[in-house]
Design a protein around this ligand. Structure first.
Ligand SMILES: CC(C)(COP(=O)(O)OP(=O)(O)OC[C@H]1O[C@@H](n2cnc3c(N)ncnc32)[C@H](O)[C@@H]1OP(=O)(O)O)[C@@H](O)C(=O)NCCC(=O)NCCS
Length: 330
């Protein structure tokens, strides 16, 4: 079977920078609390009218250009987001239209912070199996319109930001590129990090009461998320290494989903990796859920932090709970 590798990356960050100081004017929080607990100093917010589809399309255009192909060469779109422009249809079809692509399949993935790695596993399978030569994988999020900017929402709101990233997966010689991808979920924790309303369990599915009670804002059991994340990240990275007969000392770089700086540091410590081998950019963008890994990957390549032959591990944990890793020989 042929291999599959990432042949192009791109990112799209909205220009509006929102610093911690700006949030202190809206809720009872401090720059010190946010930096100490999360590592976030600033994040980007879109203006009204820009959705995850727009950020996804912009990132995708760049990734396709860097791959040296054209939108017409893409055989399948995989779009990971928890913040689609509409309840339905999903964002993938909007990107298909914006990029003027032929009538290829557009698959939407709903695995929140882990969505990009889940999406990458689909691309890996299609390309390795010879079904398509090029698959576009997008992770894009627009959190800012859905956050609670009053004090009760502060624990969640200070963490998240808007952004988009994309990669093109194309064919490779066996043994190069994506070596394996590992996906997990544990639905008993579905309600520890979620948005419960509007809900199709209720009739009608959206009510004034829901909005008045703030049930449409994301809710997070922060301590629970933290405890599970610091266990699952190292576990799923070791799983990928073990599957390929490799060890932590073989790793050139880990690109974790940018959940929270303390989680990223704990992952490095658990694996015994120096800070230089665990990438972090959460300081600038906050947690952009499905977008964080492709944004980080694009930045790493731009900064020359990944060279041909390097062993790179992508890993994510998030709402679901879901967690996943992908081991790549660059
Ligand atoms: C959310 C999180 C940062 C909270 O940190 P923590 O160390 O557990 O918080 P602490 O227990 O020290 O402090 C909690 C207190 O800070 C307050 N607090 C919460 N958010 C705050 C904010 N933005 N500003 C100021 N104070 C805040 C709480 O109300 C609570 O106050 P209380 O003690 O009076 O009840 C932490 O649980 C975490 O990192 N969780 C994982 C979150 C994450 O990564 N989510 C994304 C998953 S993909």
């Amino acid at each position: 079977m042929r291999g599959a590798r990432i042949v192009g990356t791109g990112r799209a960050l909205p220009p509006r920078v929102v610093r911690n100081e700006d949030l202190t004017k809206l809720m009872d929080t401090t720059d010190e609390w946010i930096v100490q607990r999360t590592g976030v100093r600033e994040r980007r917010y879109v203006e009204p009218g820009t959705g995850s589809s727009h950020l996804g399309a912009e990132a995708a255009r760049k990734a396709i250009a860097k791959a040296g192909i054209s939108p017409g060469d893409i055989g399948l779109i995989v779009f990971a987001t928890l913040s689609p422009d509409y309840i339905f249809p999903g964002g993938g079809v909007l990107v298909q239209e914006m990029l003027g692509m032929p009538t290829v399949g557009a698959l939407d993935v709903r695995d929140q912070c882990t969505g990009f790695v889940y999406g990458l596993s689909v691309a890996e399978a299609y390309v390795k199996g010879g079904f398509h030569d090029y698959v576009l994988v997008i992770g894009a999020e627009v959190h800012s319109p859905g956050l609670n900017f009053s004090t009760p929402g502060r624990e969640v709101t200070v963490i998240f930001g808007d952004g988009g990233g994309a990669v093109v997966v194309g064919p490779a010689e066996p043994g190069r590129g994506i070596l394996s991808t590992h996906l997990h979920s544990e639905g008993k924790y579905a309600r520890e990090l979620w948005v419960e309303a509007p809900s199709f369990l209720e009739h009608p599915w959206v009510t004034h009461e829901m909005l008045d009670a703030g049930r449409h804002f994301p809710k997070m059991n922060g301590k629970y998320v933290f405890t599970h994340a610091v266990r699952r990240f190292p576990e799923v990275i070791r799983e990928a290494l073990g599957k390929n007969g490799l060890s932590v000392s073989d790793l050139s770089l880990v690109i974790p989903h940018q959940a929270n700086l303390r989680i990223t540091q704990a992952v490095g410590t658990a694996l015994g990796l120096p800070e230089s081998k665990v990438f972090s950019n959460i300081e600038m963008y906050g947690n952009t859920t499905a977008a964080s890994i492709p944004i980080a990957l694009d930045e790493c390549l731009e900064q020359g932090r990944i060279r041909e032959g390097d062993l790179v591990c992508l890993a994510a944990f998030g709402s679901g709970f879901t967690w996943a890793s992908s081991l790549i020989r660059w």
